[in-house]
Design a binder for this molecule. Sequence first.
Ligand SMILES: Cc1ncc(COP(=O)(O)O)c(C=O)c1O
Length: 481
Amino acid sequence: MEKQGYAISSWPDEKEIYKKMERLMADSVYHVKPEAMEGYLGYFETKCAGSKKMIGEAKQYIPGGVQHNLAFNYPFPLAMAKAEGPYLYDVDGNRYVDYLQAGGPTLLGSNYLPVQEKVIEVIKECSPCPGLFNEYEMKLAKIIHDNMPHVEKYRSLASGTEADMTAIRIARTFTGKSKIIKVGGAYHGWSDQLVYSLHIPGTQRFEAHGIPKEVSANTQEMWPNDIDGLRKLLEGNQKDGGTAAVIVEPLGPESGTRPVARDFNAKVRELCDEFGALLIFDEVVTAFRVGPGGAQGYFDIKPDLTVFGKIVSGGYPMAGGVGGSEEVMSCVAAGVNPGKPKAYVGGTLSANPMSCAAGYYAIDEIVKLDAAKIAGENGDKLCKGLQTLIDKYDLPFVAWNTGSIVHFEVTGAMYLDAADPDILKKIGQRQHALEEFGAALTANGVITLAGSRIYTSMADNDETIKETLDAFDRVFQNMEK
Ligand SMILES: Cc1ncc(COP(=O)(O)O)c(C=O)c1O
């Protein structure tokens, strides 16, 4: 264990990962053999008829028939009926090992009974949202503070997107500066100013349809790990109103899909101090998953602001929040501080007792049961098994993990070069290969996050890990270039 109480047993060698990724990107794209793919598609036709019918009907009322960005839509999305511990069950009764885990927050496994029972008690007593102060708002803020002491004050919001939006607004209010620097490829929700260079560094406004250009005029990007580049941006901004904040996902963009060096965050902290910019840690995925102290505890870094998401309601609805020092957070005090500059935020359903109680009890259990560490051990076992399979079939795929966040790159879609004139064609090609790979895994009983990431939980065990590795084994046998 690299650091006591944390899920990451050893920091992955990012240079080695980048080297392997270069080799993967230089190779032809691997795909599932057509004859095997036919069999996997046959699974969907014969075993998932209920999902197919439901999605067909949903298409009449919902754009594309599905609401979730993280759903696999190929050959069609599956309709889920039940979630329990490490498993999901679709409407046709098929069982899947679940590594999406609601996008990460269900570290205890899905529908963890002791939390569910408390939530039901709270709803019965005071309704999901009476609209005024409830003790669980306080309990949630306190338990976050107890584990992450740099979060002196905490403001509940409704989503990670809102929390990121709020963090940059607070940073601008506090510093009086405008520029925000993010890391290319990172996701900080879908607000107007942060839909900028998503997934692939350098893609800038690629996905900013419907967002006026001037809205992202103060959003800039640095390359992952490029500390010199960050210094240059900060220096440039000094002559142009200054930098309000640098915002990072502390493991690297997309939960570490492009991993950062072990000392990256400390160097960013130093530069922020030198240039008077705030450091924002987006811990939507890492808070409590990396360990009770979050990534900031693991790296021993004090961010000025911390962004939280789904974990602060343990995977129940309405989950987000932002926290930081008393001084910085005073910019966002509700209904007080007349005359002082205030970052305006709100949300009728924010801080509702149901979500706050769910978050409070989930975090309490996660800490008491050492869930992050257990999930991290499951991630280690899974990653080791994946590497064995990659070696067994001599495939160029790349697998690594930081505790319970396991990455496995089969097509490297997020490693494409934004400057490549053929990028759109290549994205299409790699996305399709990835969709087929994801469908093949699903047909073998395993659901991942977008075919390249796994979030393990405390509910995984040797049996689920074996089921998973057997599924990967069957699919890897059927890959060709
Ligand atoms: C790092 C990060 N920030 C922000 C968000 C946005 O959170 P939400 O989906 O709650 O808006 C996500 C979502 O997964 C995320 O991974």
